[in-house]
Design a protein around this ligand. Structure first.
Ligand code: FES
Length: 124
């Protein structure tokens, strides 16, 4: 029996916006007008391509890599894309989400994204 299909991908878009005057950078910022539009743009492109649903865009708070924002995290695969723009969103959807090939030049540097620590190793 066929059930309702799972999404193929979740795209987590950091929507954290630092309050005015806060020195910490954030993924959504008045200083970067394009950053205010990126979640809407992502959703719109997924709709235009007819893949929303099997690709689920999710708004999140801080994903912990604020210096490199705007960021998105693509799951499955733990792929974090940084310094996001509309142009980058277009390529990520075309090449990674539809084409199955990670856009390596937009991926966070390895020095900022080491191997995860298994919870079983650190659990008390
Ligand atoms: S504000 Fe987006 S990762 Fe921290």
């Amino acid at each position: 029996m066929m059930g309702i299909p799972q999404p193929a991908f979740y795209i987590f878009k950091c929507q954290q916006s630092a309050p005015a005057g806060m020195p910490k950078p954030s993924c959504v910022s008045q200083n970067n007008p394009e950053s205010l539009q990126l979640f809407g743009y992502l959703t719109q492109v997924l709709m235009q391509k007819g893949i929303i649903g099997t690709v689920q865009p999710i708004q999140t708070s801080c994903l912990g890599r604020c210096q490199q924002g705007p960021v998105i995290l693509v799951e499955p695969s733990h792929t974090m894309y940084v310094n996001l723009t509309k142009v980058k969103i277009d390529r990520i959807i075309e090449e990674h989400i539809i084409g199955g090939k990670v856009v390596t030049e937009y991926v966070i540097d390895e020095s900022m994204w080491g191997e995860p620590i298994e919870p079983s190793r650190v659990a008390r």
